[in-house]
Design a protein around this ligand. Structure first.
Ligand code: FES
Ligand code: FE2
Length: 339
């Protein structure tokens, strides 16, 4: 049987500052209900969000010295998922054990390993180190989306939607923006692509960021990595200046029809202007909500009608390449599971 979600992967689960030693943090990742917390020293803990006793969500409970106490009858679980205390009893049943997950932290995100096998090294998590450096300035923000994660990946791989979905924000209504020059390559399990346009209106937000008054050239390089992490570096330039924006989007399935989406946005210009960061949060939220609105509407149609047979156009070539890689990875997992 094919797993609904690609297994044997690190998935982004939370922003680092959402997971604390004080209170549990619940999140459903790939259909699995997980509760995150920390030890007093800050080490990450991730457990199944379901008490072994009578299934109360442990995220309703309390973190006690790096362990988690169920709010219903007070059983205490350690970081391995073993119950170590039952109030009113001398010993805890050995069978009172829940699943624990491997969790790791990287560049402001908490990641969780979804799979049956040994987690790949943490160094395998995409490095996205742009939010805490002297050369970049930006923000990270979470969005819940009532649409499948793959619909958002499709959206980001197909930048031809900029001219339509984002014509009021980061795209221009120019016919050039609708027909940019695009190229992509497949490198192992990664898809890398480029979209460039010369002599185009910048769109209102980009004009504001760079102080552009006329036409600009724009070039976007993107990388997609499994399971669903997008990295886009965009350069906007005219004859006198060039600005660069990096956008990082980890996307994680919550259920088959809902997902978690993060916007990481970093710029290499006007670094000390906190006002610009605040403005960028507002503007990028608008951009993302333009996508979210479209994706949620698309999901409604798919849910109501079932996925019909999409008709690919040229702009979908990268998206098809990604689907081919995902299919291969699913097949590899299935083969290993069957061995
Ligand atoms: S349901 Fe958790 S202790 Fe009873
Ligand atoms: Fe978009």
């Amino acid at each position: 049987m094919t797993d609904t979600f690609l297994q044997e992967q690190w998935y982004a689960a939370a922003l680092s500052n959402e997971v604390t030693a004080e209170a549990p943090f619940a999140r459903t990742v790939c259909g699995e209900d997980i509760v995150f917390f920390r030890s007093p020293a800050g080490d990450l803990r991730a457990l199944e969000d379901r008490c072994a006793h009578r299934y109360a969500p442990l995220s309703l409970g309390a973190v006690e010295d790096g362990r988690l106490r169920c709010q219903y009858h007070g059983m205490l679980f350690d970081h391995t998922g073993q119950c170590v205390e039952v109030p009113g009893q001398d010993t805890a049943p050995e069978a009172a054990r829940i699943k624990s997950y491997s969790a790791a932290e990287s560049d402001g995100w908490v990641w969780v390993w979804i799979g049956r096998g040994v987690p790949r090294p943490v160094s395998d998590i995409p490095s996205l180190p742009y939010f805490d450096s002297g050369e970049w300035s930006g923000f990270q923000k979470y969005f819940h989306v009532k649409g499948a994660a793959q619909l958002f990946v499709d959206n980001l791989l197909d930048l031809s939607h900029l001219a339509f979905t984002h014509k009021e924000s980061i795209g221009s209504a120019s016919s050039k923006d609708a027909a940019p020059e695009m190229e992509f390559t497949v490198e192992g399990n990664m898809v890398r692509g480029r979209r460039y346009i010369y002599g185009v209106e910048p769109g209102p937000f980009i004009a504001g960021w760079g102080g552009f008054t006329g036409l600009i050239d724009r070039c976007s390089d993107y990388i997609w990595r499994p399971p669903s992490v997008m990295e886009i570096e965009s350069k906007f330039m005219d004859a006198t200046k060039k600005i660069t924006v990096k956008v990082i989007n980890p996307i994680t399935p919550e259920t088959e029809t809902t997902s978690h989406f993060w916007m990481g946005w970093a710029r290499d210009f006007r670094l000390d202007e906190d006002d610009l960061t605040e403005q960028a949060v507002v503007e990028n939220t608008q951009v993302i909500m333009e996508d979210v609105e479209m994706i949620e509407a698309q999901q409604k149609v798919i849910t109501a009608r079932g996925e019909l047979k999409p008709i690919p156009i040229q702009a979908d070539r990268a998206l098809m390449a990604v689907r081919t890689i995902l299919k291969r990875l699913h097949e590899e997992n299935n083969r290993q599971a069957a061995e």
